[in-house]
Design a protein around this ligand. Sequence first.
Ligand code: 2HA
Ligand code: ZN
Length: 263
Amino acid sequence: MTYNQKINEIIAQVAEIAGYLWERGWAERNGGNISYNLTEYADETLRTLPGMGEPKELPMAMPHLGGHLFLVTGTGKRMRYVHSQPMDNASIIRIAYDGKSYQIIAEKEIVPTSELPSHLLIHDYIAAAGRSERAVIHTHPTELVAMTHNPAFLQKDVMGTLLWSMIPETRAFCPKGLGIVSYCVPGSTELAQRTVEELHHYDVVMWEKHGAVAIGTDAIEAFDQIDTLSKSAKIYLSGCSMGFQPQGMSMEQMEELKRIFGL
Ligand code: 2HA
Ligand code: ZN
């Protein structure tokens, strides 16, 4: 299958990021998934490819995604192989015009991730809101997930504020902080709906005792947000493992950063 240059670049970028997820140790077995809205980059040939097999019903309608195209990693597929052979481990799907079903259109009949409800509902919200994000990443960053096992960190903005205070970069490059969704069954529509509610206020959301979800204008931006927050979590953990609670920057120091960087 040949794609235009932009689609090839997106496939290469998703493969690059999948490699990082594996290298970071965030993608055990088939952990994590990536989706990318290709609609505005697709040419007529890609847009009109015939569907493979019968349309598959979605668990809920996606009213703003009629006719949209997505690159989606496959269910049960490993990130380490998305990296080395992206189109053997991901497929391109097209949402029906009524937003109620989808068909795989390229390249092989690879069933999309079990987290498809969350990915699509997030893209539906982005489309409805006219936002510029096109990539959604879900992964299992070890230290960030560990922190969600402490109920104190699940209170609104507690974990986000703590992570901001660990290093100036996190305050500057994750300016919205961190949303929290309390434990839900993986792949469930409840998880999808509660994630979207958090994305009204945050670009990165933690799923309690499970993982992180980030959105970005591209996959690199989404990855970098999780990576930056993860760095803060590692600094926090390093302090704790040395036997002290890291002091963190003061509220005044964080306010100063906010002022200087116009956050
Ligand atoms: O793709 O990470 O949340 C496997 C998962 C489910
Ligand atoms: Zn997961």
